[in-house]
Design a binder for this molecule. Structure first.
Ligand SMILES: [Zn+2]
Length: 268
């Protein structure tokens, strides 16, 4: 495999694909990529399935190189959902990291068009893009601009963790909320009062499970805002709690323990 294809292979590996062939014809290099994954999880019920339903090929325009247009012909597998109770019968594997939904170009190509459009506006950006080998039109550049990150759909968290953190220890505290499925913080605000937390929870009705500490404030907020949500004590706080209690117990029993140790020594 040429060095150039090794680079493309690395990008494709992130979405479970590998390069199987490349074909240079005229001014276009077509790189064919196949799936390496045997199973995927259903976007509706999150259950894994390896029941293959079929596959199709998505053609994605990648950034041009060495004066040649690059098209990735990527196999996308479709699976049957293994969960009989799921509303989704079949689903396609997720290649969002490579290209957005219904997009005919890769994210890296889209980012290039977006940057040009942002700097120059539709017409001038399209002219420069074409001179650089990124075939496009002013309309496409403007469409890319409208897809700007600020307009991204709001995530709908399902499982979140909530905890407090010290802005100034002993004086001022803040609250952090983490989407535990995406593993990313989604909210940080000052304070940890029930009303503020309940207001935030109410604005996120997609939440089904909340992992929290064992203090009452967060638990009360979830009870008020999302009574149907399941509340779980997170492992860290459970262990913390256990350690504190064992420590207190040993401290309280200290004199007796020392006495018992002395007695057993004198008996021996
Ligand atoms: Zn499903």
């Amino acid at each position: 495999m040429s060095q150039v294809l090794v680079g493309i292979d690395r990008i494709l590996a992130r979405v479970g694909k590998r390069v199987v062939s490349s074909d240079a014809r005229g001014e276009t290099i077509t790189v064919e990529a196949r799936s390496t994954v045997r199973a995927a999880h259903c976007p509706a019920c999150r259950r894994w399935s390896n029941r293959l339903h079929g596959s199709y090929v998505r053609s994605l325009e990648e950034r041009p190189m060495l004066e040649q247009r690059v098209v990735l012909a990527v196999e996308v597998r479709r699976f049957k959902c293994a969960n009989a109770g799921c509303p989704r019968r079949t689903f396609a594997e997720n290649i969002h990291a490579l290209a957005g939904r219904h997009q005919r170009r890769t994210r890296s190509q889209a980012r290039a068009l977006h940057a040009l459009g942002h700097a120059l506006g539709g017409e001038a950006a399209a002219r420069l893009a074409n001179a650089l080998g990124l075939r496009t039109s002013a309309d496409t550049v403007l469409r890319e601009l409208r897809r700007a990150p600020g307009r991204k759909r709001k995530p709908r968290p399902r499982v979140v963790g909530i905890d407090d953190w010290a802005i100034a220890r002993g004086h001022q505290y803040g609250t952090i909320i983490v989407d535990l499925e995406r593993r990313e913080p989604i909210e940080v605000f000052a304070g940890r009062e029930t009303t503020a937390v309940a207001a935030w929870m109410r604005a996120h009705p997609s939440i089904e499970i909340v992992a929290r500490d064992r203090a009452g404030a967060y638990s009360g907020a979830v009870d008020i805002a999302l009574p149907a949500a399941k509340q779980v004590s997170d492992r860290w706080h459970l262990l913390c709690n256990l350690r504190d209690n064992v420590e207190r117990l040993l401290y309280r029993l200290g004199p007796q323990l020392r006495q018992a140790a002395q007695q057993s020594r004198s008996v021996a």
